[in-house]
Design a protein around this ligand. Structure first.
Ligand code: SME
Length: 161
């Protein structure tokens, strides 16, 4: 299946999931499983969420698929994860070996994308994906991952009106 078709298919599957999931946690669990299974170069898929009230702020590992990572708690001044959460911007790294911010999760990882999750304009966490392939996160992948993060933000908003 061409990648554009697969992206389109997964996009509609996550939309349905967002409608039917009973809670944001259920949506995040199902989403990481789907992305990991269906997107062949997404070798580690997980959410990090900001710990409520933590000072200084810290990202805590949430739902994930793939090998266990040593990075369960990440301060905002560390890693690609910290960079995405503190800037509120998507970060795409085509070659992690060339990025001094990178915190290694697996020796096989070559590229990474981290997309912040917003609730009412505030960063509350992020969706992090690692690939064993260099430069795996082209613009069509960025759009898909950003759409997934948007759905989770909306679900969190509607569950805490
Ligand atoms: N590589 C991330 C750390 C998390 S693991 O990839 C799961 C980073 O540099 O922040």
């Amino acid at each position: 299946m061409p990648v554009a078709d697969r992206v389109e298919q997964v996009r509609s599957q996550v939309s349905e999931m967002a409608e039917s999931a009973a809670s944001p946690d259920e949506l995040m669990q199902k989403m990481v499983k789907l992305l990991h299974e269906r997107m062949l170069k997404y070798n580690w898929v997980g959410f990090y969420m900001l710990e409520p009230g933590a000072k200084p702020p810290v990202l805590v590992l949430g739902a994930f698929e793939g090998a266990m990572t040593p990075h369960v708690r990440i301060p905002l001044n560390q890693g690609i994860c910290g960079a995405a959460a503190s800037s509120g911007q998507t970060v795409v790294v085509d070659d992690v070996s060339k990025d001094p911010r990178y915190l290694a999760c697996s020796l096989e990882t070559k590229s990474e994308i981290v997309v912040p999750v917003f609730v009412r304009g505030e960063v509350v966490g992020e969706l992090d994906i690692d690939s064993h392939f260099p430069a795996a996160f082209t613009s069509e992948h960025q759009e898909l991952v950003q759409y997934c993060a948007l759905l989770v933000g909306k679900k969190l908003e509607s569950s805490h009106p």
